[in-house]
Design a binder for this molecule. Sequence first.
Ligand code: NDP
Length: 362
Amino acid sequence: MLKLLSSRIFQIKNPVTCLPKNSCFKHFAKMASPISLTLPSGQKMPALGLGTWEAKSDEEVATALNTALEQGYRHIDTAFVYENERAIGGVLQKWFSTGKLNREDLFITTKLPMVGVHPDRVDMFIKKSLNNLQLDYVDLYLIHFPVGCKYEEGSVRPIINENGEIETEKKTDHVALWAKMEEQVDAGRAKNIGLSNYNISQISTVLQTARIKPANLQVELHVYLQQPELVDFCQKNGITVVAYSPLANPGFNKFLEKIGQQPKELPNILGDAVIAKLAEKYSKTPAQIALRFLIQRGVAAIPKSVTPKRIQENISIFDFALDDDEMNTLKGLEVGEVARVCDFKVFPGLDIHPDFPFVAAK
Ligand code: NDP
């Protein structure tokens, strides 16, 4: 089905060069990422950020981050489980100590790992992340996934039992967990707090009792998995949205191979004929069209790359705009759940947990 969709050809008409009308957008002069989303706190999050999952070695992280900062990226996404916070922190310190950047120039996100998804562990894990990053605060702290995993002192990866299944906690107490997230804002450790991989029902549960409303939801979003209902729900509730795997992660099978799992069929956004045609028209690459589409939907995107040329390419999307017909054409590429890349099925047994957020692909 994905291959079928990739081979479709659409007619493109009436190009215009207007910028999106979404009220969340603000334009900054002389910045490589001139569009930002405003969080409920009033803080601005650059709409294009650098993803860092699977950027592992210190050298790889340094090359990627230095290139990104030089190219004008000011929004960096990491997570405790990416095991690169320490390397990122080291690079950031060099930029701060040489006076090339101030802390407040940057928007840094990190995430509470699944082994930390328990009211008793939020304090401990955010402190670990801040220590790794050598920062006093993060701009955004997210609950990485709505399911909590068993935690053993000293071990920060989920435990896999003798049946090969992940050891999870019972149902997550989202209300108590969120109250602990709010305490991180009170304590000055996080400027903003949010959710990742939560579905509408789980976000609603949090919203019902939140003293500080979630500022952001980070979920997988790309032209083949557009989740319009979820994005609408967030935007109506003042929750900004960040698209992860915005290119549908063409490197995902490398990751599966590394952890000894079978490769899976991946959506091939970068090889899509419709996107290729738009790329040709604007003298852009398919990746740039796919990212521009997301930005014009009023969401932020955090493409990951450790390749300098691609890092530069991914942020060079602010000198053109897709017109309404083109946006509608790209909306027509929606495939739905079957195009989800990060389905978290790499953790055996996670999908039967009552808090598993995704519906099965039909
Ligand atoms: P992406 O869609 O960003 O794809 C990354 C892959 O695409 C890498 O293999 C990269 O290769 C390649 N790539 C990047 N730019 C280009 C380009 N212009 N042309 C061709 N190939 C390109 O997937 P991710 O899953 O990494 O998502 C982005 C970020 O979102 C993550 O890094 C992470 O920060 C976050 N994330 C959050 C999750 C969550 O649960 N909250 C889950 C997954 C991701 P190379 O690096 O070799 O250049």
